[in-house]
Design a protein around this ligand. Structure first.
Ligand SMILES: Nc1nc2c(ncn2[C@@H]2O[C@H](COP(=O)(O)OP(=O)(O)OP(=O)(O)O)[C@@H](O)[C@H]2O)c(=O)[nH]1
Ligand SMILES: [Mg+2]
Length: 669
């Protein structure tokens, strides 16, 4: 399956999943199984699947063919070149292509002058009025291509301005751009470009990041410390006619090698193999030459040779546009698409599906608890009623008095339950403090101060590791407090279970290890960025501030998800208590009502026992339906779900609507 097909399939799965989840939620609501924790889990699963993005970043020195490759893989359907690709430097600013339904099709450009302020790129995203907007017409590929040429726009500025914008460094002369005859320096006009179009793949959550070559890529720290490390796949491109040059190697070292990170796939492409096609050489000779370039490149980059994929982006694009299958095969573009499909989409799908499966299992447990409580109540009622069989009116009256007594006792014992809640909340507050924004802000202010010290050059690693060790320490500390909360809950729940016959279970403490790992990855991307030449930039005014602000935007995401986990955990414990209390109160009501019926009519007892039998059967049905629905959700293949008739009817209607959308998109392309 090609990348595009696999992406399509993934999209279909996600849409179906979202719909099934919605139907499950409705079903749960109808059967009174939606408590706060279940609702929260449903909401999270829905967001997780709906907003799942897959970002593929194309990184290389200028003119290696990044934009051409993007055209060939994703946009050949437009029948022409869409992203500008030409000799020399073309793409001047990082360009993100994606789809946001809330924004009309457009190109948004952030002026380069925003570099003079300290806000991080992520922060600028939240200020739409600072971006220049150009509307795009997806039905007109020529207009589309013309509009996108803006990403190649430049300005000419003085050395002072270039320095302020981060394109000129007195301390690092070799890396500076050329100065024109007029003494001016060419810099990008824009800092970042966002393209929003309803391309079928983008609509399904693909985000493509096209980047500029060496000088420009180094000028935006956030690319290296945030965007590229967060991409799910990075495609690094070399050109067959140049081989691995010094600047290719600089980009590879500075932006791409990180120790094995499970979640990122890296592909190396040896592009422009058509430049080696030569009518004076035999096909074997050409092939041998390509293989030679391939193995030399692999060796220099320290990779196994099969990880370098030789292609011709340009011929691949031409072949797709002219429907020339022979040329397409010769371009080897399909090999690259296959590698993208397997390596990236395959992995991404597995990660998402396994995360979703865990979420659903937890949802099942959570909802299963309510059923368990109800079943237990029914059993106890049944036992109670059995004990009344054949008994006289005095015994029955006595029973009523006992139940009423129990109810009064239960109502007064609310204080105990309240005490558990308040200890729980107090301990939780400590966790929230450890992971809260003020703590993070304090740490980062400290880091900025340290980085600003003159001569910090050799102390950067230490400064980062001190900050990150403290941050990791706080996560570990919150894990410890989490453990204490768990112990406390286990003990209190056990006591409440014994005293009131509850069936409370203390939920599992969220594991903070994942967030610690995230922190380490972030630390590493910063050290890598600062490890090479960029460390010299720390002496520039505001550079440390900007770097730390970029760091803050990334850390905030980690902290927010850690806090989210803690909150969910809290809800799971609290809503169990609530559900248990609610069911118990109802239970008293039902028991008294049963006694009344028995007191009023001789047949009341049998009637009530029959009712309980029926209710037990219903509960069993509910339980197996819940298992069925949740396991269908966790399982993948849609075809095997035909038995869930009511779901499928809804699904069909939904699919029809969606198919119409897709037809419109493709006809636009
Ligand atoms: N012969 C040949 N030329 C190619 C191939 N791929 C790209 N090119 C050409 O190489 C030039 C540079 O391609 P781009 O796609 O603009 O390169 P880029 O990496 O995006 O470069 P920047 O945007 O400047 O960073 C263009 O003229 C392309 O047409 C290829 O496979 N074969
Ligand atoms: Mg380009």
């Amino acid at each position: 399956m090609s990348f595009n097909e696999q992406f399509d399939q993934h999209g279909t799965w996600r849409r179906e999943f979202a719909l099934r989840l919605k139907l499950l939620a409705e079903w749960m609501k109808d059967h009174d199984l939606l408590d706060a924790a279940v609702e929260e889990r449903l909401r999270r699963l829905e967001t997780q699947v709906r907003s799942d993005k897959v970002m593929v970043a194309f990184v290389a020195e200028f003119s290696r063919g990044k934009s051409e490759l993007i055209n060939a893989i994703f946009f050949a359907g437009y029948g022409r070149r869409i992203m500008p690709a030409s000799a020399g430097r073309t793409t001047m600013c990082p360009t993100e292509l994606g789809y946001d339904a809330d924004v009309p099709p457009c190109l948004r450009l952030l002026p380069i002058e925003t570099r003079l302020q300290t806000q991080a790129l992520m922060e600028w995203r939240a200020v739409p009025e600072k971006w220049t907007r150009v509307d795009l017409d997806v039905n007109d590929p020529a207009q589309l291509a013309l509009a996108l040429e803006k990403v190649a726009e430049v300005r000419h500025v003085t050395k002072e301005e270039a320095t302020a914008l981060g394109f000129w460094h007195d301390e690092n002369i070799d890396d500076n751009p050329l100065v024109g005859a007029d003494g001016l320096i060419e810099v990008p006009k824009w800092r970042h470009a966002l393209i929003n179009i309803a391309h079928p793949l983008l609509k399904q959550g693909l985000v493509i990041l096209d980047t500029p070559g060496l000088n420009a890529i180094g000028a935006e720290p956030e690319l290296t410390v945030s965007l590229i490390p967060q991409a799910h796949a990075v495609v690094f491109i070399l050109a067959a006619d140049t081989g691995v040059t010094k600047s290719d190697l600089a980009i590879w070292r500075e932006h791409l090698i990180t120790e094995d990170d499970e979640n990122i796939s890296r592909l190396v492409v040896l592009n422009k193999i058509d430049t080696l096609w030569d009518s004076l050489s035999s096909p074997e000779q050409v092939q041998a030459q390509i293989e030679r370039q391939r193995s030399t490149s692999a060796e220099i980059l320290g990779l196994p040779v099969d990880q370098v994929i030789p292609v011709s982006a340009q011929k691949g694009l031409v072949a797709k546009v002219t429907r020339d299958d022979v040329l397409l095969a010769a371009s080897h573009l399909p090999d690259l698409e296959l590698a993208l499909a397997d390596g990236i989409m395959g992995k991404r799908q597995r990660i998402l599906r396994s995360a979703v499966a865990t979420g659903i299992a937890e949802l099942r447990t959570e909802a299963g608890r309510s059923i368990h409580i109800r079943r237990r109540d029914l059993t106890e009622q049944m036992d109670e009623l059995r004990g009344l069989k054949g008994k006289n009116a005095t015994v029955i009256k006595h029973m009523r008095i006992r139940i009423e007594q129990e109810q009064i006792e239960f109502d007064t014992s609310g204080a105990k339950i309240h005490a558990v809640r308040s200890v729980h909340l107090k301990l939780l507050r400590d966790v929230f403090n450890l992971l809260g924004t003020p703590t993070l802000r304090g740490e980062l202010a400290e880091l900025t101060k340290t980085l600003k010290q003159p001569g910090i050059k050799f102390g950067v690693k230490k400064a980062y590791s001190q900050t990150f060790n403290r941050l990791r320490g706080a996560l570990q500390q919150s894990q410890t407090i989490g453990g204490e909360i768990h112990t406390m809950l286990m003990a209190s729940f056990k006591q409440l279970n014994a005293e009131f016959g509850f069936s409370l279970q203390a939920p599992k403490v969220p594991d903070m290890k994942r967030f610690e790992n995230d922190l380490s990855l972030i630390e590493r991307s910063h050290l890598q960025y600062l490890g090479v030449t960029n460390v010299l930039k720390l002496s520039q005014a505001d550079f440390s501030e900007r770097l730390v602000r970029a760091l803050a935007t990334r850390l905030r995401v980690v902290y927010e998800s850690a806090l989210g986990e803690v909150e969910l955990w809290n809800k799971s414990a609290a809503s169990q208590l609530d559900a248990q209390l609610r069911e118990r109160r109802r239970n008293f009501g039902r028991r008294i009502e049963a006694i009344e019926r028995i007191q009023n009519a001789a047949s009341g007892l049998d009637e009530r026992m029959n009712e309980i039998d029926v209710q037990e059967d219903e509960l069993n049905l509910l339980d197996s339906k819940l298992t069925e629905l949740t396991s269908h959700l966790a399982g993948t293949p849609v075809s095997s779900l035909a038995d869930v008739v009511d779901l499928d009817v809804a699904l069909n209607q939904h699919e029809k609507r969606d198919a119409q959308d897709t037809v419109l998109d493709i006809s636009a392309a």
